[in-house]
Ligand binder design. Structure first.
Ligand code: ATP
Length: 222
C-alpha cells in the first residue's frame, strides 16, 4: 500500500485555536501514528476517512486521490473504500452479531433475513470464532468478541485500508494484549493495510512497521 497525507486544518473552539499540519508518506502495510492525547491523531484519521475536510492539502491512497483541495477533489466517505474502526466499535445494539457484520456489506444487504448464511458473513463469523454468537446482541457478548465483530464488519467490505482509532482502549489489560497479537496475526494473514492511531507504546512495538509521532498537530521529526 502507499499512502500520502499532506493536510492543513485550523479548528477554533472558544478562544483556543488548534492547527493541524500533517505530512507523511509511507509504503508500509502497518502504519502507526503515535502521540499524546489532543495531538491531532483522530483528526488525521478522520481526514483519511473523509469524515473531516481539511482546509488545504492532498490525500492519496494507492495513487488514487481521495482529497485534493487545489483541484476540488473530495471523494465521499462511502466511496473511499476505507474501513474505520471507532474506539467504542460503534456496533448497532439492536442488530445481532451476524446483522452487524452484514451491515458492512454493500447497501441493502444488511437487511438479510438470515445474515449468517451469507457466504461473506459466514466466512468472517468463522474466521473470528463468532459462529456461536451470530444471533446474540452486542450487549450479550464479551469485549473481545465485540471487537472481533467490529473488525469483521470492517473487513467484510474488503477495504483498501483499515483505519483503527485506539483499537484496544475499551479492553482490559490482559485482553488488550491478546487482541493486539490477534490483530497483528490477522494483518499478516490477510495482508490488509492498516493505519492505527494510539498513545500506547505497546501498540507501536507490536503493530508499527512505519511509526510517525504526532505532537501539537504535526509529525515530529526523529
Ligand atoms: N471540532 C473541533 N473543534 C475545535 N477543536 C477541535 C475539534 N475537534 C478536535 N479539536 C481539537 O483538536 C485537537 C486534536 O484533537 P484530536 O481528537 O485529533 O486529538 P487526538 O490526538 O486524537 O487525541 P485523543 O487521543 O485524546 O483522541 C484537540 O486539541 C481538540 O481539542
Amino acid at each position: 500500500m502507499s499512502v500520502a497525507v499532506h493536510i492543513r486544518k485550523e479548528l477554533r473552539a472558544d478562544d483556543r485555536t488548534f492547527r493541524l499540519s500533517i505530512d507523511f508518506v509511507s509504503d508500509s502495510d502497518r502504519i502507526v501514528l503515535y502521540g499524546p492525547s489532543g495531538a491531532g491523531k483522530s483528526l488525521t484519521l478522520k481526514a483519511v476517512a473523509g469524515l473531516m475536510t481539511p482546509d488545504e492539502g492532498r490525500i492519496t491512497l494507492n495513487q488514487r486521490t481521495l482529497f485534493d483541495a487545489a483541484h476540488g477533489v473530495n471523494v465521499r466517505p462511502q466511496q473511499r473504500n476505507v474501513a474505520y474502526l471507532f474506539q467504542d466499535y460503534a456496533l448497532f445494539p439492536h442488530l445481532t452479531v451476524a446483522q452487524n457484520i452484514a451491515f458492512g456489506l454493500q447497501r441493502g444487504c444488511f437487511n438479510l433475513r438470515r445474515p449468517a448464511s451469507h457466504p461473506s458473513v459466514a466466512r468472517w463469523l468463522e474466521a473470528f470464532g463468532l459462529e456461536g454468537t451470530a444471533a446474540s446482541y452486542p450487549s450479550q457478548i464479551s469485549g473481545g468478541q465485540r471487537q472481533r465483530v467490529a473488525l469483521a464488519r470492517a473487513l467484510v467490505a474488503q477495504p483498501d485500508i483499515l483505519l483503527l482509532d485506539e483499537p484496544f482502549s475499551a479492553l482490559d489489560l490482559s485482553l488488550r494484549e491478546r487482541m493486539r497479537h490477534e490483530l497483528s496475526e490477522l494483518q499478516q494473514q490477510l495482508r490488509v493495510p492498516m493505519l492505527i492511531i494510539t498513545h500506547d507504546p505497546a501498540d507501536v512495538e507490536v503493530l508499527g512497521d512505519a511509526v510517525f509521532e504526532v505532537r501539537d498537530g504535526m509529525i515530529s521529526r526523529p
